[in-house]
Write a protein of this length. Structure first.
Length: 292
């Protein structure tokens, strides 16, 4: 009896896959549609991710706006057509192309404007990544990863773009505030791909299209398009992705921050006072202006 109880406890402790969560559809005007996820939908198991939007934008939608205490990340999918213009108060005017990644470390505060060029159709993930308390007051900076610089792992039934971090023999960009892995993966029918999740990392897995089964030991979750699940922290382990039909997925993995924070739209700071101070600095022009 004691052995049975011990075995049940061991299995419970090893259980790491979260619930399958459906995206919330979102539309603004005639030029922006999205499938939206927020950290509240996952009960903290999305940490350090705060928000992910799988969006299509065909017309300017958002005025220039402030971010602080987070990184605002745009991961362009390869089916995007035309350029996605990103301007910010760091003085950048970047034309993102299909397959690119742009990581704005807003930190103490930075504003940006993102819009499709004339005639463009942008399909991308917009991701808000929380920053730990000790990095929220740092100067803003950015990272641009071009599609041609992204390593690709291709094999029987799979093709995986390693935008950030490491998987297998591939090493993507690593100049993010804290370590993160971001994989943009494609599986053929019957395809399979395994990722070794390091100890202490939490993962978020999203199915852009198709049907994907995620396996961890004896656990498994099957996700349809526009659904996501999580993997809780624990010892180093293998995550296996399999597709009964062609599938496109994104996997993001990082150390959870697990700190209290205050949200004010795209500002995520440690205290209300930090929020007020940041808004006052922006009103006074201390973060600069986006040039016309």
């Amino acid at each position: 009896m004691t052995d049975m109880i011990t075995a049940e406890k061991t299995r419970a402790q090893a259980a790491r896959l979260g619930q399958v969560v459906a995206a919330s559809p979102h539309r603004i005007g005639d030029g922006f549609t999205a499938h939206h996820f927020s950290e509240e939908m996952f009960g903290g198991r999305m940490d350090p991710l705060l928000m992910v939007d799988d969006f299509v934008m065909t017309a300017p939608t958002f005025d220039p706006h402030l971010h602080a205490g987070i990184s605002a990340v745009t991961a362009m999918f390869e089916d995007s057509a035309g350029e996605f213009i990103n301007r910010d108060t760091l003085g950048h005017n970047v034309a993102l192309k299909a397959g690119d990644l742009y990581w704005l470390v807003a930190a103490s505060g930075a504003a940006h404007e993102e819009r499709p060029a004339d005639g463009a159709r942008t399909h991308a993930l917009q991701i808000f990544v929380n920053l730990p308390r000790h990095l929220k007051g740092e100067p803003a900076r950015s990272l641009h990863v071009r599609a041609e610089d992204v390593p690709v792992l291709a094999g029987s039934g799979h093709r995986v773009r390693v935008l950030l971090g490491r998987t297998g023999t591939a090493v993507g960009a690593e100049d993010t505030p804290e370590e993160m892995t971001m994989l943009d993966g494609f599986l053929d029918k019957g395809g399979r791909f395994a990722h070794r999740l390091p100890a202490g990392r939490q993962a978020w897995i999203y199915v852009v299209s198709g049907i994907l089964t995620v396996r961890h030991g004896e656990e498994q979750r099957t996700l349809g398009a526009k659904h996501a699940t999580t993997v809780e922290t624990g010892p180093e382990t293998d995550l296996v992705m399999e597709a009964a039909a062609p599938a496109h997925f994104m996997l993001m993995a990082a150390k959870p921050i697990r700190e209290a924070f205050v949200k004010h739209g795209p500002l995520v700071m440690s205290t209300e006072a930090d929020i007020r101070r940041t808004l006052a600095c922006y009103a006074e022009g201390k973060f600069g202006r986006i040039t016309t």
